[in-house]
Design a protein around this ligand. Structure first.
Ligand code: NDP
Length: 330
């Protein structure tokens, strides 16, 4: 039996929306030019939706969750990749709708694959994963709107979560004063350790007022939460402020008037990570591996084996995760 025929373990969500570990063979995987021997994946909110069979993410069952994967190339029909190369994939269709990274082998189109630089380990890449990439895009959007550290505080909502905690750390690294909003009273010190200059309760954002504008407080914001929270944040932005919006854990509706936009000139910058074009994607990853590298990323990260993932799926669905969760596939 050669290594291609050997069974490998994967987390498969079946027709009844239950996930379990199963043995698969390479022939079971979707087509693609690059076969990756996966060592690490991660847990994102979207993965938890996939793991519980949410039809918006796991469009067909059975399904393997995991929007991120890192490992080494086992085989490649594309000249850009050789067996043994350390590589990773985040986003595109990985884990939604296509089978994803919670699997010891993953086959993908070569255009999705990015080399891992020698100075970075696969587990460090997955500690960032889609969450880190999204946080970095949010920070980049704030910079592109010419909002610098001297312009005032930057608010981060959902600050203890995967995207939020990475955004807090990146903004602090770049010299911004970060006001971190969290619902977790016992995580205030942790958020300060990650770089927040102030930690605020969720009630700081007025989600019930029907006023078109509220007292302007923030030079910019990273919103990972959406819904009424995002609406409240937009009403609290300073003149010419910007919010990079990426999440929807608190809802998808956006009850607003046009006044924040036409009276304060605020910018709503939508962030998508899955379909980010490769050139823009590479610029962000080069920053994350270079001048934006978060040396303390391991302090934000919990590593769990695939056998222990169910507990963390439930936690992330309840908003109880703090920092990032790396899935060890070894
Ligand atoms: P996490 O669960 O790790 O973080 C979300 C955080 O939001 C929670 O930890 C909690 O933080 C806060 N939160 C949860 N529920 C509520 C609520 N009802 N009201 C207010 N705050 C709440 O998820 P991720 O960081 O992985 O993802 C965050 C969001 O970003 C998700 O909606 C996800 O789908 C989205 N996302 C979007 C991407 C894109 O491309 N646009 C890419 C990646 C993620 P706290 O307790 O500190 O308040």
């Amino acid at each position: 039996m050669n290594s291609t025929d050997k069974p490998f373990r994967a987390y498969l969500v079946d027709q009844s929306k239950q996930g379990s570990l199963v043995d698969l063979h390479v022939d079971d995987l979707p087509a693609g030019e690059v076969l990756i021997r996966a060592s690490h994946s991660s847990l994102n909110y979207k993965d938890a939706l996939a793991a519980t069979g949410h039809p918006g993410v796991a469009r067909t069952l059975p399904h393997i969750p995991g929007v991120d994967v890192a490992g080494t190339v086992e085989s490649s029909s594309d000249d850009r990749f050789q067996p043994g190369d350390a590589v990773f994939v985040t986003g595109y269709e990985l884990g939604a709708p296509r089978w994803g990274g919670w699997s010891q082998k993953v086959r993908v189109p070569a255009d999705w694959v990015i080399p891992i630089p020698r100075r970075v380990t696969p587990s460090e890449v997955m500690a960032l994963g889609t969450a880190g990439f999204t946080a970095a895009q949010c920070v980049s959007a704030i910079q592109l709107h010419d909002i610098g550290p001297d312009d005032g505080e930057v608010l981060v909502t959902g600050a203890s979560g995967g995207v939020g905690s990475t955004a807090v750390a990146l903004l602090a690294k770049l010299g911004y004063q970060v006001a971190a909003v969290t619902g977790k009273e016992d995580h205030h010190q942790q958020l300060r350790d990650w770089g927040a200059s102030r930690v605020l309760p969720r009630e700081t954002i007025d989600t019930t007022s029907d006023k078109p504008l509220l007292k302007s407080l923030w030079a910019a914001a990273v919103d990972t939460v959406g819904g009424n929270v995002l609406a409240g944040v937009i009403k609290q932005l300073k003149q010419r402020g910007c919010v990079a919006a990426c999440g929807n854990v608190a809802g998808v509706d956006l009850p607003l008037t046009v006044f924040p936009f036409i009276l304060r000139g605020v910018k709503l910058d939508g962030i998508d990570s899955a379909q980010c074009p490769r050139n823009a994607r590479m610029i962000i990853w080069e920053k994350l591996f270079g001048s934006w590298k978060l040396e303390g990323i391991a302090d934000h990260t919990t590593t769990v084996p695939l056998t222990g993932i169910d507990e963390y799926v439930q936690k992330i669905l309840k908003g109880q995760i703090s920092g990032r969760v790396v899935v060890d596939l070894n």
